[in-house]
Design a binder for this molecule. Structure first.
Ligand code: FAD
Ligand code: EPU
Length: 353
């Protein structure tokens, strides 16, 4: 049902009411949005923000719904960001600066960049979702994070539509973290990001799974295309395709702990995978601990833990995020009992649990 459209605006936006969200989140959870709108231009975005104010509804930006858990209905105007476009801002001998609209699909953009000879994103291939969501948790995989190439984030203030631009250092990026998850949570709709990519074919292959892959395929020349192909192959071998088995990727973050705590853990569990961080802390594998607690492949009713990856919770047909969250709490409790480590949920939870 359409409850509002801005007839005075040439780019009128259609606000739908009581919209079913199952098709808009990769966990395929059933929940309803009080209101829903898709925007494909900055003008439509501004019109939608004005509508949210008029309807006195909070606004929830949504990309492809690959990092959300809908625990219940969403009492908000859910705004699906679909603005597209890639612009070359500066083409240098060694680098290129691009502006990429928030509604572009991340993996398609990574593939496009590689084909142009713009390098640096190969390790981030096949991450689901939109470009606009990428800065929210500073997406990362296989030894690379978005923040190594990101220069600016462009956004609109939800409260009044005003334009803002944040430089990389303003975003306070960290592991699966940024200012958009903390001080600036729910303040902006991201409209575009600027990235500086390399025109030199340098590659990053230090992540253990990539080292192993190229060790097992010594005949493959290690080019950016080969890294892209390797990342796609590794991901396909262990992460379920959400179109086949609904999931939201890693359900928990890998805990980052004090070096002394890590040393004590390693003394009793020498094969716990550990990744030392620049600041001296240590990132430890949540998947390893969850697997050792016996959860890998676990299934109860319509929810469970993936057989190939213990960090991925899957939805076998449950309507409600509440069941998944209950399972997540049980898993976290067992890890806490076994290792004295607290697991933190990675996706954003919406709706009452
Ligand atoms: P959504 O799920 O739609 O939104 C996520 C959050 O971002 C929400 O809070 C939403 O409000 C906010 N948001 C979205 N768009 C905007 C915008 N334009 N402006 C403001 N806020 C916005 N992540 C990794 O980092 N590394 C991985 O390797 C990885 N692998 C994954 C594998 C699978 C199979 C799946 C399902 C997920 C994986 N993820 C991974 C998580 C996910 O792909 C990323 O978090 C992605 O950036 C989410 O994009 P999205 O468009 O689907 O965001
Ligand atoms: N492991 C297990 N059991 C498992 C799975 C993995 O013991 O069931 C062990 C592996 O043997 C390996 C270690 O855990 O030694 C790390 O595994 P993997 O390389 O698969 O990475 P991860 O830590 O489980 C993280 C990200 C992924 C990202 C990969 C690759 C987080 C929360 N997850 O997973 O991101 O793709 O590294 O860089 O940081 C996501 O965020 O949704 C996501 C999939």
């Amino acid at each position: 049902m359409i409850i509002g459209s801005l007839v005075s605006n040439p780019k009128a936006v259609e606000i739908q009411r009581d919209k079913a969200l199952r098709g808009y989140n990769t966990l395929a959870l059933q929940a309803r949005a009080q209101a829903f709108v898709t925007v494909s231009s900055e003008e439509e975005l501004l019109a939608a923000l004005a509508q949210a104010r008029e309807l006195k509804l909070p606004l929830v930006p949504l990309g492809e719904g690959s990092n959300v858990v809908l625990a219940g209905d969403v009492d908000a105007l859910v705004l699906r960001q679909r603005c597209r476009g890639i612009q070359v801002l500066e083409l240098g001998k060694d680098s290129v600066t691009l502006r990429v609209a928030a509604g572009e699909n991340w993996h398609e953009f990574v593939h496009w960049a590689l084909q142009q000879g713009y390098y640096g994103l190969e390790n981030l291939a096949l991450i689901p979702g939109t470009v606009g969501a990428a800065p929210i948790q500073n997406i990362g995989a296989y030894g690379v994070e978005l923040c190594t190439t990101l220069q600016h984030v462009h956004a609109r203030e939800i409260a009044d539509g005003s334009a803002v631009s944040l430089a990389n250092e303003d975003c306070q990026f960290g592991y699966r973290d940024s200012i958009f998850k903390r001080e600036l949570r729910d303040r902006y709709v991201i409209t575009a990001i600027d990235l500086q990519l390399s025109r030199r074919a340098d590659v990053t292959t230090t992540y253990p799974a990539l080292t192993t892959y190229f060790g097992e395929h010594p005949h493959i020349e290690v080019t950016p295309q080969a890294v892209f192909d390797a990342v796609v192959a590794i991901r396909r071998s262990k992460l379920p395709d959400p179109a086949v088995v609904p999931n939201a990727g890693s359900f928990f973050k890998n805990p980052v702990i004090d070096a002394q705590v890590a040393a004590a853990l390693l003394a009793s569990h020498p094969d716990l995978p550990c990744f030392p961080q620049h600041d001296g802390s240590v990132k430890v594998s949540a998947a390893w601990m969850i697997e050792r607690c016996g959860w890998k492949g676990f299934r109860r009713d319509n929810v469970g833990v993936h057989e190939q990856h213990a960090l991925v919770l899957v939805n076998y047909g449950s309507d409600s995020g509440a069941q998944l969250l209950a399972l997540a709490r049980e898993i976290a409790l067992s890890v806490q009992n076994a290792y004295r480590i607290l697991l933190e949920i990675e996706p954003r939870v919406y709706g009452a649990a």
